[in-house]
Design a protein around this ligand. Structure first.
Ligand SMILES: Cc1cc2nc3c(=O)[nH]c(=O)nc-3n(C[C@H](O)[C@H](O)[C@H](O)COP(=O)(O)OP(=O)(O)OC[C@H]3O[C@@H](n4cnc5c(N)ncnc54)[C@H](O)[C@@H]3O)c2cc1C
Length: 355
């Protein structure tokens, strides 16, 4: 069990700014995100696109803003736990216990904290999966949401790659160019792919040479051995012409990108309205004492889903949490320009003339 003053759920821009505001107030925290790195929507949805409405930065990319925030919070040494989704939040003797599920092969973490900050945005970013009976029971053996390491076989491994964008096309090309004998099928709802021109050109050549079969259609049902442990044997595919193709395959690799899912958040007993967490905008406190929420996930009259609004909410929430965690330490507002304490926490040398 990891003990901490605070746990921040979500490492999007608002979760990262929450780390900063907490750090200035002397509150250390752990940060958990389902993604494999920081940035939330900025990194997952528009890493290379420009943002023009961050104060003091006339233009910055989603990735650039993420990197700048990571630099800015460095002094506070927050511990990050990526690839983990917070599943459960329960209270034991005034302390919040959080249980995370790992999306990889490692074990999920467990946390005990007196305050929780939900900066969950539009939901946890998880791989987009087709709705197929029995799919999740095969994940990690024959179904993968990232390129797996292939078992060493003498007979060709029959692989079906599901996806229509760069990741799927690049993976198919890597399989064809690799050492392992493979039989590759690329499955996408249309015979149109969104990838870089060189990748598309290579895909066309591989198709013409018979190295990959491209199938337009949607997976309809999975076939398995029927014995425990279940193994994948094939997929029925619904084609645009309404035919069903039975494809024999040993492995299904799903590379359809990431999508947000509100998921477990909605089961934590917090007051919600239209899939948003209801907060008091002056403190960003949720309906449950000790749990705060900030950023795109919250709702209050006049809420704007903008990064700059989330930064303000993170500030309000951090001050409210500090008052709760250390009621005896409340003092006048301090400025980073002049406060020795804040400058110490920031790890910067205060000029001698400062008071
Ligand atoms: C294309 C696009 C362009 C945009 N352009 C602008 C712009 O120009 N200016 C602007 O101000 N805003 C813009 N926005 C909106 C802006 O990106 C959001 O307001 C901002 O990302 C919200 O930040 P957040 O930290 O609240 O949430 P997010 O960025 O959504 O991050 C939330 C994180 O929480 C994680 N998470 C959720 N639940 C869990 C859980 N249970 N366990 C673990 N992790 C969890 C998610 O995986 C995610 O990484 C844009 C949005 C899009 C989609």
């Amino acid at each position: 069990m990891i003990h901490s003053d605070a746990v921040v759920i979500g490492a999007g821009p608002v979760g990262l700014w929450t780390v900063f505001e907490l750090g200035l107030l002397g509150i250390s925290c752990h940060v958990v995100d389902t993604l494999s790195g920081p940035g939330g929507q900025c990194a997952a949805l528009y890493a290379d696109k420009p943002i023009y409405d961050i104060p003091g930065l006339p233009v910055v990319s989603g990735q650039g803003l993420t990197q700048a925030l990571m630099r800015q919070i460095e002094p506070f040494q927050a511990q990050f736990h990526f690839g983990q989704q917070i599943e459960e939040v329960t209270q034991v003797d005034n302390v919040w216990h959080l249980r995370a599920k790992s999306l990889g092969n490692s074990a999920g973490c467990a946390f005990a904290a007196r305050t929780v900050f939900i900066a969950g945005g539009v939901g946890a970013f998880v791989p987009k999966a087709p709705a197929l009976d029995g799919l999740h029971a095969l994940v990690g053996t024959d179904v993968w949401f990232e390129p797996p390491s292939l078992p060493v076989h003498t007979a060709p491994v029959r692989i079906c790659v599901l996806g229509g964008e760069e990741d799927a096309v690049q993976y198919v090309l890597a399989l064809i160019e690799g050492q392992q004998p493979v039989q590759v099928n690329l499955l996408h709802r249309r015979d149109v792919f969104k990838a870089s021109p060189p990748a598309l050109q290579k895909l066309e050549s591989a198709r013409a040479a018979g190295k990959v079969r491209v199938i337009a259609g949607q997976p309809l049902r999975l076939h398995t051995t029927g014995q425990s442990p279940q193994r994948l044997t094939g997929i029925d595919i619904d084609t645009p012409a309404d035919d069903v193709i039975a494809l024999e395959t040993d492995m299904l690799v799903i590379l359809q990108g990431l999508g947000p899912k509100l998921g477990p958040l909605s089961r934590w007993g917090l007051q919600m309205a239209r899939k948003q967490l209801v907060v008091d905008p002056s403190t960003c406190a949720t309906s449950v004492h000790g749990i705060f929420a900030v950023g795109d996930i919250v709702d209050y009259p006049g809420k704007k889903k903008l990064i700059v609004s989330g930064f303000h909410e993170a500030t309000q929430a951090a001050f409210a949490a500090a008052a709760q965690l250390r009621p005896d330490e409340a003092g006048p507002l301090q400025y980073t320009t002049s406060s020795k304490l804040l400058q110490q926490r920031l790890g910067v040398q205060a000029p001698a003339s400062d008071t």
